[in-house]
Write a protein that binds this ligand. Structure first.
Ligand code: SF4
Ligand code: SF4
Length: 356
């Protein structure tokens, strides 16, 4: 399918499969959602239009920031260089302690795109790469939301970034399919992945079908495909701070990624459904560090001041881009003919239009 990127329009989902029952399956992440016409997948970012899946959020940018690659956190790849971090809207998990739900889950932003009323910034891939070069960074990182649910754009930007001599970083929960990783591998340099726990119960509370083994298998696959892999665990008091869990994560990293593979231990800050859970005590962070060192990991990093890779205090997106901010934020309606002049892509909103 031809890719038109000058103006906002839905882009066909890269990994999709039409099934005999009339649904279409999205194979980007391990939800493998089966979606009917006029409906969306779990992440809300992919919609079925007459049997074909489309990504709603292609080119839609929620946040941009520039900083050291060490802040992602990635410590053993091009240290001392700067990276432009970008994110869209949408995630395939629903973590109780997630920060910045407006961006990470982005449900209302994605809903506005489906209604044809969004004013979010649309940035074609070549404009984003131009912005990164203008800002004199050495790489682009896909973060803030889950990049797997926005893979179409990640792939296009990453391919152009490589041509321009920039490296690429992917900050992920690793609930992603092997097929998606195989598409990413030729254009992706670094995976910084969460390992949230060794407990299936923990994972299933934040994402019903997720199993620890699936997440770990995806991380191992990324390494087999040649990506530089670093891992991170956000330690939440009473949820995943058991020494046996820390030991299990450290052992897995040593066995599957190697004794030199970096493990980043970050602090939990209360948020959302876990607002009543206290900040991680320093002693818990260092206990995890000591367990990892005893398990044979040689590069363990503790962050007193860092939780998830959130997009809280960033400048407005327009600050990094050329052109008129009003133009950047004008109302987005899909320019494809099938969406009609209203740019509406969901069945429920089509019904609302008919009764107007
Ligand atoms: S990216 Fe994942 S959650 Fe979203 S539609 Fe595809 S399979 Fe479902
Ligand atoms: S913490 Fe990360 S993986 Fe979990 S819901 Fe938020 S953005 Fe998604």
């Amino acid at each position: 399918m031809q890719r038109e990127t000058a103006t906002y329009r839905l882009q066909a989902t890269r990994l999709q499969e039409q099934l005999p029952d009339g649904t279409t399956r999205c194979n980007l992440c391990l939800w493998r959602c089966r979606i009917k016409h006029g409906q969306r997948g779990f992440c809300q970012a992919h919609v079925n239009r007459d049997g074909t899946l489309f990504n709603l959020s292609y080119g839609i940018i929620s946040a941009i920031d520039i900083g050291a690659i060490e802040d992602k956190p990635v410590k053993h790849f091009r240290p001392g260089t700067k990276v432009m971090s970008v994110g869209s809207y949408g995630c395939n998990f629903r973590c109780g302690g997630c920060h910045n739900l407006d961006i990470s889950w982005g449900e209302s932003a994605l809903d506005e795109l489906a209604r044809g009323t969004s004013t979010a910034a649309y940035v074609p891939p070549e404009k984003l790469v131009e912005a990164a070069l203008r800002q004199r960074v050495q790489g682009i990182a896909f973060t803030y939301s889950e990049p797997a649910v926005w893979l179409e754009y990640v792939l296009d930007v990453a391919a152009l970034a490589k041509q321009a001599g920039l490296y690429t970083v992917y900050v992920s929960n690793s609930f992603v399919t092997d097929e998606a990783l195989e598409l990413l591998a030729p254009v992706l340099d670094v995976l910084c992945s969460d390992i949230k726990s060794t407990s299936d119960t923990f994972y299933q509370e934040i994402c019903r079908p997720a199993k620890v083994s699936q997440v770990l298998q995806s991380i191992a696959k990324a390494k087999q495909l040649g990506m530089h892999v670093e891992t991170r665990t956000n330690i939440i008091p009473g949820r995943n701070d058991d020494p046996a869990v820390m030991h299990g994560i450290a052992e897995w990293i040593r066995t599957h990624l190697g004794a030199e593979s970096p493990w980043h231990i970050t602090r939990f800050f209360p948020a959302f459904k876990l607002s009543d859970v206290p900040m991680t005590p320093t002693v818990s962070l260092w206990r995890a560090h000591d367990i990892a060192r005893e398990s044979g990991l040689n590069n363990v990093y503790v962050y007193d001041d860092k939780g998830c890779d959130c997009a809280g205090d960033n400048l407005p997106v327009a600050a990094y881009l050329e052109g008129n901010p009003e133009e950047l934020h004008k109302v987005k309606k899909c320019s494809a003919a099938c969406c009609g002049s209203e740019g509406v892509v969901l069945k429920k909103y089509e019904a609302q239009l008919r009764v107007k």
